[in-house]
Design a protein around this ligand. Structure first.
Ligand code: AKG
Ligand code: FE2
Length: 356
């Protein structure tokens, strides 16, 4: 797990942690093949089937309501969590594929920062280099110094990619180390767009070089945010965090409390393999509501819901539960195999925020 804020005995006993443990992946080691232990999903809210039955017979389960919006999509709310909105299947398959590509190619590009910055400095062309089987050459000295002086001396290191057949000739040079681009891609955990977030200080560092959020993402976020915005007001996307989840990854219960104005929503887009999202209350002691997040779903958290603990305890990577066959079909028809390969075992979440 990464990005956990608090740990300890207290947390282990909270209702939120109990739910995390319930849904987290555990393996059955008693069999030859390592298989995930079955988990009871009967209490997980499924907005896909809620949408289906609502579209057929205008029926909604207890506690769920539908809100009016200009979007050509149904927007659902939870009566017990004001300020929370769920838009099932908000993005078309084409849009999902487009944002998966951007998340892998352009979003991790400098000046945007990723979890790799602190160790390797800014990295260019990660996805293309992984596709080409390349290796990143890095200076061991820079990596060691980095432990003492986080990031400062690695900002200027240029990315040097080497083809596999170039490595042999460089074996004698012990000051240089290599790591494969595919390992780095697998270990990509987050990238930040727009105003850059400083995880160590848990705030936005406006002094860091940054680009504005790409126009097309900004437009999408504004359109999606509309149901959670006061009449006539427009959402201003200023920052986004892109989370990349692989096998066994989870996002521990947390609050996103670093933005100034909590009345503005966080617009959160799910891509790739299905996940379970836990939406708690204002205390970790409040039992969270579990729901499925599928590729193309959009969640908004605004107002009171901004004060609710939330997290992602489980990603489903197996064919039956991942529910990505629509992405597979589209990626298979183009030169999409490298993306397909990645997304078959991954989930990506893009969450867009107005900071000020
Ligand atoms: O992955 C998700 O759906 C939620 C991400 C999230 O809560 C965050 O990045 O703050
Ligand atoms: Fe969050």
């Amino acid at each position: 797990m990464y990005r956990s804020d608090v740990t300890g005995e207290y947390l282990d006993r909270t209702a939120f942690r109990k739910a995390e443990k319930k849904y987290k992946i555990y393996y059955d080691h008693s069999r030859k093949k390592k298989l995930p232990k079955p988990v009871d999903l009967s209490e997980v809210i499924d907005f896909k089937s809620i949408l289906e039955s609502f579209s057929c017979n205008v029926e909604l389960p207890e506690g769920v309501s539908v809100t009016k919006s200009d979007l050509d999509r149904h927007v659902f709310c939870l009566k017990s969590r004001p300020g929370f909105y769920f838009i099932p299947n908000a993005l078309s398959t084409e849009e999902q594929c487009q944002w998966i590509k951007e998340s892998l190619i352009t979003f991790p590009l400098p000046p945007n920062r990723t979890n790799h910055n602190a160790i390797y400095g800014p990295i260019h062309d990660l996805f293309a280099s992984a596709k080409e089987g390349k290796f990143l050459q890095f200076d061991e000295k820079a990596q060691e110094d980095d432990g003492v002086c986080l990031g400062s001396n690695v900002e200027s290191v240029a990315t040097v990619w080497k083809a596999a057949d170039e490595l042999g000739a460089l074996k004698g040079d012990h000051s240089r180390k290599y790591i494969s681009a595919s390992v780095l891609l697998r270990k990509l955990r987050w990238s930040t767009l727009g105003l850059q977030f400083d995880w160590s200080k848990r705030n936005y560092d406006t002094s860091l070089p940054h680009r504005t959020i790409p126009d097309s993402l900004s437009l999408l976020a504004k359109r999606m945010a509309a149901p959670a915005m006061p009449h006539g007001a427009e959402f201003k996307p200023e920052a986004a965090i892109v989370n990349y989840f692989g096998l066994g990854d989870m996002l521990g219960g947390h609050l996103d409390d670093m933005e100034q104005d909590w009345s503005k929503p966080i617009v959160s887009i799910s891509l790739g393999c299905k996940a379970i999202f836990l939406l708690g209350g204002k205390s970790r002691e409040d039992p969270p509501i579990a729901m499925f997040l599928r590729s193309g779903d959009v969640v908004l958290m605004a107002g009171e819901a901004r004060e609710c603990y939330h997290g992602v305890p489980r990603i489903f990577l197996d064919q039956e539960h991942a529910e990505i066959s629509h992405l597979e079909s589209l990626f298979e028809t183009e030169d999409g195999f490298p993306f397909l390969n990645y997304i078959r075992t991954s989930r990506i979440n893009i969450n867009i925020r107005q900071v000020f």
